[in-house]
Design a protein around this ligand. Structure first.
Ligand code: DGL
Length: 264
């Protein structure tokens, strides 16, 4: 059933997972991809585990109906709450994204690392397990990014209010002497220029886009599912809300894209 030239499906609570998608097409440009932005139901971070599972199931079914050979859960909140359920239910390979606690904990010199993520991710059992496993002897300063996903989803990244909110979240983390800041939400890489202005160069920002892309390639190789065509892949995007925000975030992509408003 699984055909190597079928698409890789991506889903996120909204537009943020495009930060992962952008990394992936750099190393696998000939893969066809279908991206699903469930913006009508964003943010997932405030929802219960049961709701996140139900939404993740709906997104997965949509992508499987389109014949996807692999599903990338391009959302920390959906991964930490729903990926075990999805893997048990569906036969295709799933790639998830989790906050990169391990590399930060291994590299810290101050023994203090920060994580900015959604409530849903920080309160998940999977996050607790990963922190316990890799950061037992390191101080982990957690901060919920209240309001950040909503603002990115509404296209307000550059509102002055965004800088004020970020300063409010990041200054107390700096006071706790963090030397690594983990971005535990796929929307947040779009805030990196603003975050850098606040935290300076001494704190290293860690996001998982490149690592996840390498993992996608590795799993496709292992399962003999790498696309065999040599030309550029087809990239299609479905969003169940206003498509302007998504189009703006993708306007640095030089390849042809299809962005559709779709009810799902
Ligand atoms: N991009 C999602 C994540 O990585 C955002 C979650 C949300 O919608 O709250 O967690």
């Amino acid at each position: 059933m699984n055909n190597a030239n079928n698409s890789i499906g991506f889903f996120d609570s909204g537009v943020g997972g495009t930060s992962i998608w952008k990394e992936m097409i750099k190393i696998l440009p000939n893969e066809n991809t279908i991206y699903l932005a469930d913006s009508a139901n964003a943010p997932y971070g405030k929802r219960t585990k049961e709701e996140i599972i139900a939404l993740s199931e709906k997104n997965t079914e949509f992508l499987l109906q389109k014949g996807c050979k692999m599903i990338v859960v391009a959302c920390n909140t959906a991964t930490t709450n729903a990926i075990a359920y999805l893997r048990a239910k569906y036969p295709v390979p799933f790639i998830g994204i989790e906050p990169a606690i391990k590399p930060a904990a291994l590299r810290t010199q101050t023994n203090s690392i920060g994580i900015l993520a959604t409530q849903g991710t920080l309160s998940s059992a999977l996050f607790a397990k990963t922190s316990e496993r890799f950061a037992k002897n390191v101080k982990v300063v957690e901060q919920v990014g209240i309001g950040l996903v909503e603002r990115i989803e509404s296209g307000s990244i550059n509102d002055p209010e965004m800088d004020a909110i970020l300063t409010n979240y990041l200054k107390p983390m700096m006071e706790k002497n963090i030397d690594h800041l983990i971005l535990g939400c796929t929307h947040y890489p779009y805030l990196i220029p603003k975050i850098e202005k606040i935290i300076g160069k001494k704190v290293r920002i860690i996001d998982s886009g490149f690592a996840v892309s390498k993992q996608i390639k590795h799993v496709l190789q292992k399962k003999d599912l790498l696309n065999t065509m040599s030309q550029q892949g087809n990239y299609s995007f479905h969003i169940n809300k206003d498509k302007i925000v998504l189009a703006n975030l993708l306007n640095d992509i030089v390849y042809p894209l299809e962005i559709k408003f779709t009810k799902f």
